[in-house]
Design a protein. Structure first.
Length: 132
């Protein structure tokens, strides 16, 4: 687990982690240590070319608590996420999460005029704007 970030941001390593995230029911305690590290690095992974796939997979297959942690990290770092086109994919996935309160807070942050202006520059960002 000490090299998790290198694996999560590797072209093939991210796919392996994604498959692991899809099978959380089969996990051991060591896997949950890895998950804790991934959740703590959500903001950095969301901005990375390959790391964002790991975060998106957790938003699709993670527990409610994991999704809440991810959404909170995204809210805390929404400005950085808006500046990096890759992170728009993570924001789009988070905006569709079945957590009404977190979803509302995230959409509210994205609805600000300065946020909307940055989202208009990517196809994924425009899909996010359509959700608003």
């Amino acid at each position: 687990t000490e090299h998790f970030f290198d694996v999560a941001t590797h072209r093939i390593g991210c796919r392996i982690l994604c498959r692991l995230m899809e099978r959380q029911a089969e996990w051991s305690a060591q896997h949950f240590d890895l998950l804790t590290r991934i959740l703590a690095a959500t903001a950095c992974l969301s901005l990375h070319t390959y790391g964002h796939f790991v975060v998106e997979t957790l938003l699709r297959h993670g527990s409610i608590a994991q999704k809440q942690v991810i959404c909170q990290h995204l809210l805390d770092n929404v400005t950085s996420c808006l500046e990096v086109r890759i992170a728009h994919f993570v924001l789009l996935e988070a905006a569709q999460v079945e957590l009404p309160t977190m979803r509302a807070r995230l959409l509210s942050a994205l609805a600000r005029p300065e946020s909307a202006a940055q989202l208009e520059h990517s196809a994924c960002g425009r899909r996010l704007l359509a959700l608003l």
